[in-house]
Design a binder for this molecule. Structure first.
Ligand code: FES
Length: 411
């Protein structure tokens, strides 16, 4: 990792080896804040989702006071996995082995007959750090989670709050198993160099000029760039009237919690990720007065990206399942009062990203297969791929930080 060549893809073992997969779990996924779910996925007390990260399993559950909690999915008796389903609803969390019963808050409520002196309060579920940011649930498995997350939360909240995710519901959710290392999936997401050739549905609305400096726009993209400038002007007016921050913040490396957020125009009708750019849901989010608000796009290292529009939001999160397998979860959120078949149609809502994700999965699988060849040598990133360089820099920083911490612990 100390010999990484800046501006170039990583060496093959980073993508292929079991050793780096295990290291990625320890140094990245168990050490940083990761996006786990939208709060709308657990709308009622007792609603839960589970998320498996390497050998860890975490329960995210809304408690009786409507607070979202996170617990290790491990019984305090003899360690059985408590909840096997990926989501559902419970009154209490009951271990199916010997029926130890925990409240959604994680307190041990009953444990059958125990020896004299048994103290239930000593056997609450082990908690996991959790923080809800404007309706997005982040967790951190580390004992001492990165402290800079609080500052990131404070900076991104004003961008997301107007979309009122706390008043949304899940309209659709799709899990895609990709046959590629998780870093290839992230790298693919951090550039749109491949979009023109690879994403016909996405480029109905996503300007193909993304990533180009104004003076580097290729001639064939000049008409699209002029449409982009016009759409940006309309977006500026609409954003100002709705008090929406639009300024780009890009701090993807050099800090434990890397992130990027900006509001940008969409092509077509400029309203949403649909085939014609028109709104997919008739009920706008929050108090927004127009659907023509482009896309508020956010990335958070290491595992998530988001698009918030006037009419709906989409969250994407990935979890590595092995060196060559990654789960990508896409979740579409619409206003909680929107009625399917009346205000929105699921196919219209989801088509662009369902197709785009499938296309990306095929491209990432090709990349993984190519890198598996002994003939692979890392190639250079193009200027439009600067976010990939940021991602790889951040990733190496995390490995180095973890190594330094491990060295201190062993000394
Ligand atoms: Fe859970 Fe025994 S392992 S009750």
């Amino acid at each position: 990792m100390d010999e990484r060549r800046p501006g170039y893809c990583l060496e093959a073992p980073f993508y292929l080896s079991d050793e780096f997969y295990r290291r990625d779990i320890d140094a990245v996924f168990a050490a940083t804040w990761i996006f786990a779910a939208a709060a709308a996925e657990v709308p009622e007390p007792g609603d839960f989702v589970t998320i498996d990260i390497g050998d860890y399993s975490v329960i995210i559950i809304r408690d009786d006071d409507e607070e979202i909690r996170a617990h290790h999915n491990v019984c305090r008796h003899r360690g059985a996995r408590l909840l096997s389903e990926t989501n559902g609803s419970v009154g209490n969390i009951v271990c199916s082995y010997h029926q130890w019963t925990y409240s959604p808050e994680g307190d041990l409520m009953s444990a059958g007959v125990q020896a004299p002196g048994f103290d239930r309060t000593c056997f609450s579920l082990r908690s996991v750090n959790v923080r809800v940011v404007a309706g997005l649930v982040f967790i951190c498995l580390a004992h001492n989670p990165p402290e800079d997350f609080a500052e990131v939360a404070q900076r991104i909240s004003p961008y997301i709050q107007p979309h009122a995710l706390n008043k949304t519901k899940v309209a659709a959710q799709v899990d895609l198993i990709e046959h590629a290392n998780w870093k290839l999936v992230m790298e693919n997401n951090r550039e749109c160099y491949h979009c023109e050739a690879g994403h016909p549905e996405l480029t109905c609305t996503f300007f193909p000029t993304y990533g180009y400096a104004p003076d580097e726009i290729p001639k064939r993209l000049k008409p699209a760039y002029q449409r982009y400038l016009d759409a940006e002007e309309r977006l500026r007016v609409n954003s100002e009237r709705n008090n929406l921050p639009t300024q780009l913040i890009a701090e993807l490396s050099g800090r434990a919690t890397g992130f990027r957020i900006e509001r940008a125009a969409l092509d077509g009708k400029g309203e949403s990720y649909t085939m014609d750019g028109g709104a997919a849901s008739a009920k706008l989010l929050g108090e927004l007065d127009t659907p023509e608000l482009g896309r508020l796009s956010m990335h958070t290292q290491p595992n998530a990206w988001f698009h918030f529009m006037g009419d709906h939001a989409v969250t994407f999160s990935l979890i590595p399942l092995g060196p060559d397998t990654t789960r990508v979860r896409s979740t579409w959120l619409v206003h909680e009062d929107a009625v399917e078949g009346v205000d929105y149609d699921v196919e219209n809502l989801t088509t662009v990203w369902v197709k785009t994700n499938e296309q990306d999965a095929a491209l990432c699988a090709k990349a993984h297969r190519g890198i598996s060849s002994p003939a692979y040598v890392p190639g250079p990133y193009a200027p439009t791929e600067s976010d990939l360089e940021e991602f790889c820099t951040w990733y190496i920083e995390r490995l180095q930080a973890h190594r330094a911490q491990t060295d201190v612990q062993q000394a």
